[in-house]
Design a protein around this ligand. Structure first.
Ligand code: GDP
Ligand code: CA
Length: 313
């Protein structure tokens, strides 16, 4: 039995987890998922990263986008648009049921973690998927246009604004969701998924207690670089590295993760950076293909990462 806790955002994390649950017992995996992207939309509670992870692991995800449901239609959104309602956030017709279910349960007083547990069980997932916290946590992005709510920055304005700072509203008083601390404590390996370090991983670490549990277990923590060849596979990670003054490379990411992880998983494209990263950060670097294009590459990355994290020197 190998217990694995994964700090997870959306698409990058979901791909990694999809490989991981095929190389270890799914019930030994706990995905601790970002909720900084959550928002209220037309009265509904939307949790984009939880849904991306859940849909991916249930093999329901739209393979073209990496988020949303496969074979989705948009009739409700089109009608909403005709009515002059909010139509800038993509909500598919079937996806809507997820948000109705979640909002209904939350309105009845159930915590997000319980709602997520029931939802994932219902669609047949054996791994644990939990929000990092049941409390309200919202990423706020400081740009030239002022402070923007996360989805305003990310979806409405298409992540086009230069990011000057980020803060996580509600983090100070948030408590880890039930089971989160125990999952980190009891894990044989902790993986920082190839997610956006600023928008996906930082909000998780901002919940009091989480960062300390990661750093104090550093010897079993492996971080996978979301940056390959100086570029993000998707999304604004490289732009944010740049605008916040970091090196736009896997080295820049490694410096950010140095105090959290002992192992850094570097893409083979960036093999030339390995010795610099090791010398500068003290992390043990393992080089392997990290681009997850199919089930085989996902499984290979998951097993390679796990092997490195379990091989405590
Ligand atoms: P989001 O919330 O949907 O943006 O998802 P994440 O934060 O989990 O993932 C976004 C990050 O995943 C981006 O920085 C990507 O560069 C990274 N990513 C996506 N696919 C891959 C992949 O196949 N390999 C690696 N190494 N990184 C990836
Ligand atoms: Ca996200």
């Amino acid at each position: 039995m190998t217990r694995v806790a994964v700090l997870a955002g959306g698409v990058g994390a979901a791909r990694f987890l999809d490989g991981l649950v095929r190389v270890v017992e799914p019930s030994d995996v706990t995905a601790i998922v970002n909720v900084g992207d959550d928002m209220e939309w037309a009265g509904l509670h939307i949790s984009p990263d939880l849904d991306t992870v859940t849909y991916t692991l249930a093999d329901l995800v739209n393979p073209e986008t990496g988020w949303g449901l496969r074979g989705e239609s948009r009739r409700t959104l089109e009608r909403l648009s005709e009515l002059g309602g909010p139509d800038w956030f993509m909500i598919g017709d079937l996806d809507l049921a997820t948000h109705l279910y979640r909002t209904h349960r939350l309105t009845q007083g159930d915590p997000l973690s319980a709602v997520t547990r029931d939802f994932t069980a219902r669609i047949g997932l054996e791994c644990v998927i939990t929000p990092v916290t049941d409390d309200r946590l919202r990423t706020v992005v400081r740009t030239d246009a002022g402070e923007l709510a996360f989805q305003d920055y990310f979806v409405r304005r298409r992540a086009a604004d230069s990011v000057h700072a980020l803060r996580f509203d509600g983090a100070d008083s948030a408590k880890p969701a039930p089971g989160v601390e125990e999952a980190l404590r009891s894990a044989d390996a902790i993986v920082i998924a190839p997610s956006n370090p600023f928008l996906s991983i930082d909000p998780l670490l901002s919940v009091p207690g989480v960062r300390d549990l990661v750093t104090s277990n550093r010897s079993k923590v492996a971080a996978v670089s979301p940056i390959i060849g100086g570029q993000a596979v998707k999304g604004p990670a490289a732009d944010i590295l740049q605008s916040l003054g970091h090196d736009v490379s896997a080295l820049g990411v490694a410096r950010i993760y140095a105090e959290l992880a002992d192992i850094f998983v570097l893409d083979e494209t960036d093999a030339a950076l390995a010795s610099t990263i090791e010398a500068e950060t003290g992390m043990r670097v393992v080089v392997m293909p990290t681009l997850m294009t199919d089930v085989e590459t996902k499984m290979a990355l998951a097993s390679g990462t796990l092997e490195a994290a379990l091989d405590v020197a």
